[in-house]
Write a protein that binds this ligand. Structure first.
Ligand SMILES: [Zn+2]
Length: 159
């Protein structure tokens, strides 16, 4: 999926978590964390939004592990969650980043290449319905997420 789709995906996951879990602590910080977290796994890709910001780290991860391996795994989420939990960051930021990462993994699992969710096992996980990055299905999915964010946001903050 493209960076734009992941940004919208992270925001959608965050606002859905707020709506369904009735979580309203630090609303904007939480949503910003979800959106930023959704970009983190593609640090392994030098052309990604985060890869361009941190080229040395991106290159190092790609050389050591390859693309869509360690940073697209459950192990990465657990390890990053443990690291972030041991810092003085507010719990809402840590939760938001992890929710954003989870949204990223779900969206990338809906691509033809799938993800190495169980890395270091060399097993690609792909959803039964999938698309190619930038394809029509991705654009329809992105439009649906924008509508969902608008609908839930309206319900939560306007009504
Ligand atoms: Zn990815």
């Amino acid at each position: 999926m493209t960076g734009k789709t992941h940004l919208i995906g992270g925001l959608t996951a965050g606002i859905a978590a707020q709506y369904f879990a009735d979580y309203h602590a630090q609303d904007l910080l939480f949503l910003a964390s979800c959106t930023a977290g959704a970009l983190v796994p593609d640090i392994c890709h030098g052309g990604s939004k985060i890869g361009r910001k941190l080229p040395v780290l991106s290159h190092l991860i790609r050389i050591l592990f390859g693309h869509r391996t360690v940073t697209h795994s459950l192990l990465f989420m657990v390890a990053l969650g443990a690291i972030l939990s041991s810092t003085p960051l507010p719990a809402g930021i840590t939760a938001g980043i992890l929710i954003g990462i989870a949204s990223h993994l779900l969206l990338d699992a809906a691509t033809a290449r799938g993800i190495a969710l169980l890395w270091p096992l060399n097993l690609k996980i792909r959803l039964p319905i999938y698309t190619h990055t930038g394809g029509l299905f991705e654009q329809i999915l992105m439009a649906l997420m924008v509508v969902l964010v608008g609908y839930i946001g309206f319900q939560m903050y306007v009504v």
